[in-house]
Design a protein around this ligand. Structure first.
Ligand code: ADP
Ligand code: ADP
Length: 221
């Protein structure tokens, strides 16, 4: 299954991707993580993307489309499926992805996590991120076992540069003006699964699973 996770910033795309990767064995592609690596490594893409990311705007379509088309074709060549987290985020990107359908990159389902602006602000202002494995935590809603440390690898958790209130508001504006229409695009294509995303993470996972005709195995103690 080729899957897309879409929703406002902080809607839980990264959090829910663990279950989907485990269940469908897909390659997880987070455009945000890919871009932050480019910025950290000081590549040409990173240099072009940084100012847009810092302000909460979208990085220009041509740059993103080129980066993603290359990666998607590599995954297809390895005969694997993908889970897109943060792509497409504009109609131009959605149309570029549609153009790849005939060559084996068709979209099977789009999971839309529906979360209000107020909840986004609450979540992002308390988000902590592992710089090593990219897992996210929340200081109130999803605490790590040891304060400030990643459960998976023990790395010191960080606050992302763009998780500050003024940038969060800009990211929400960008979402409503450019990404919300991608939700309508996939609704018309008949592949959209809209999931209410404000309940507890495990409850959202149950809803995602049942929308895809799966069940969630209880975690081993
Ligand atoms: P996205 O990838 O969509 O930006 P994340 O998965 O990083 O979102 O989640 C954003 C923040 O909200 C993180 O701090 C995460 O721990 C927290 N979070 C995720 N899902 C839930 C949920 N269902 N309830 C409460 N907090 C959540
Ligand atoms: P979140 O889901 O929490 O908003 P991401 O990590 O997905 O954060 O994205 C961080 C930033 O990277 C975005 O604010 C934007 O500047 C850039 N970005 C990520 N994905 C895309 C995309 N598909 N198109 C354009 N810019 C993107």
């Amino acid at each position: 299954m080729n899957l897309i996770l879409i929703g406002p910033p902080g809607s839980g795309k990264g959090t829910q991707s663990d279950y989907l990767v485990e269940t469908f064995g897909a390659v997880h592609l987070s455009t945000g993580d890919m871009l932050r690596k480019h910025v950290k490594d000081g590549t040409a893409i990173g240099k072009k993307a940084k100012s847009f990311m810092d302000s909460g705007a979208l990085v220009p379509d041509d740059l993103i489309i080129e980066m993603m088309t290359e990666r998607l074709n590599e995954i297809k060549a390895e005969k694997k499926s993908w889970l897109l987290d943060g792509y497409p985020r504009s109609l131009k990107q959605a149309n570029a992805l549609k153009a790849l359908a005939a060559s084996g990159n068709a979209v099977d389902a789009v999971i839309y996590l529906d979360v209000s602006d107020n909840e986004v602000v609450r979540r992002l202002s308390g988000r902590r991120t592992c710089p090593v494995c990219k897992r996210t935590y929340h200081i109130e809603f999803m605490k790590p076992a040891v304060e400030g440390k990643c459960d998976a690898d023990g790395a010191a958790l960080i606050i992302r540069d763009d998780d500050k209130e003024s940038t969060i508001r800009n990211r929400l504006k960008t979402y409503h003006s450019q990404t919300a229409e991608v939700v309508s695009f996939y609704r018309k294509e008949g592949v959209l699964k809209a999931i209410p995303g404000e309940s507890a993470p495990s409850d959202v996972t149950q809803k995602v699973a049942s929308a895809l005709g799966k069940s969630v195995k209880p975690k081993k103690k």
